[in-house]
Design a protein around this ligand. Structure first.
Ligand SMILES: O=P(O)(O)OC[C@H]1O[C@H](O)[C@H](O)[C@@H](O)[C@@H]1O
Length: 344
């Protein structure tokens, strides 16, 4: 494991708690004209910029009386109209799907706020007269998850669509600050949970399981971080859904399953029936796969618990990259894809 190749990404990871601290200083005075009764919130973005929307969606599920929808594409659902608050999130500001969705939201006369570090999105929003929350540049989108999520939470809090989450943010900062010491590269196995997970995932096919609620988004994030950082395939699913299909897929010959490592992301507040499902399912698959790793969330509040799982997964994905001798930061194949798309 060489720290050199991953230095940049490890620095970004280390700085995550400070992203929450800095985000609390965002000037939200522009929100005066957004004080309306919206019928829906739509967050539009891709990859590392969309996941903040998913966190908001799951966080808001038991707190809001209007829906939060996450849109990952060029087009918008039919319901989007002038009663919609449309949050366009793109770290670079240049993701074509998000720009297309933004333009569609403008045509539908939705109220729009952009979260970006610049690019075309900032330019368009400036020209069209919409609010822009500018986040610091110089990171990669997936490393800016604090900067990209916090504004969504703060905007909805300021507009009284969601209760303010100051205490939750405080606890999240505390838990992440503690975790980064426990997960730092210098801390060896087995005490370092992220290094342990990476070690187990090396040479394996990662299958990540979360649960509806807190760990669902963490599972989705971990899968994507393994893809982009470690350049490895990975798949995710959630309880109870996976008990109705994926669980049947463990009857194939050993040769197919012997390379699979299942990571289960658990939360103390998981529904009691979900806890039972996790136990039974683990028993069913444990002799068939290479290993099962169980990871528990930390903290009390929803945000702290969710971000604790995200943080462990983020570190594990970078350690997996290091174990493979891969630089976690560049994503050459995505750059290639974008260049090819730009030609047509
Ligand atoms: O946040 P954006 O700049 O809109 O980028 C959205 C996505 O674009 C690319 O595909 C990157 O490789 C992803 O990591 C990123 O999350």
């Amino acid at each position: 494991m060489s720290i050199m190749t991953a230095e940049k990404m490890l620095d970004y990871l280390y700085g995550l708690p400070e992203q929450f601290v800095k985000s609390r200083e965002i000037d939200l005075s522009f929100l005066e004209r957004y004080r309306r009764n919206y019928k829906a919130i739509v967050v539009s973005g891709l990859g590392g910029s969309a996941i903040g929307g998913d966190i908001l969606r799951s966080y808001a599920a038991d707190k809001m009386d209007i829906p939060v929808i996450v849109n990952r594409g060029y087009e918008l659902p039919n319901f989007v109209n002038r009663d919609t608050l449309f949050l366009a999130v793109s770290y670079s500001g240049n993701t074509e799907e998000t720009i297309s969705a933004y333009e569609e939201a403008r045509r539908r006369e939705a109220d729009i706020i952009c979260v970006t570090s610049g690019g075309k999105l900032e330019e368009l929003a400036g020209k069209d007269g919409y609010g822009v929350i500018k986040v610091p540049s110089g990171l990669v989108p997936r490393a800016a998850i604090g900067y990209l999520f916090c504004p969504l939470l703060l905007v909805l809090g300021e507009l009284k669509i969601l209760p303010r989450a100051e205490k939750e943010l405080e606890e999240t900062i505390e838990i992440l600050s503690r975790l980064r010491d426990e997960l730092r590269p210098e801390l060896a196995l087995p005490a370092n949970k992220a290094r342990y997970i990476a070690e187990e995932l090396r040479g394996a096919l990662p299958v990540i399981w979360g649960t509806t609620g807190v760990s669902e988004v963490a599972a989705m994030r971990f899968k994507a971080q393994i893809n982009e950082n470690a350049k490895s395939p990975a798949y995710y699913n959630i309880f109870p859904e996976l008990n109705h299909n994926e669980i049947v897929g463990f009857e194939v010959p050993d040769s197919v399953l012997s390379g699979v490592v299942v990571v289960i992301l658990e939360d103390e507040y998981d529904h009691p029936r979900i806890k039972k499902r996790i136990e039974i399912t683990s028993r069913i698959v444990e002799d068939k796969v290479k290993n099962i790793i169980r990871v528990k969330s930390r903290g009390d509040s929803f945000l702290a618990r969710l971000f604790s799982l995200i943080y462990i997964g983020d570190y594990a994905s970078v350690y997996l990259a290091m174990d493979y001798g891969i630089n976690p930061t560049p994503v050459a194949v995505i750059d290639y894809l974008k260049a090819e798309l730009a030609r047509v």
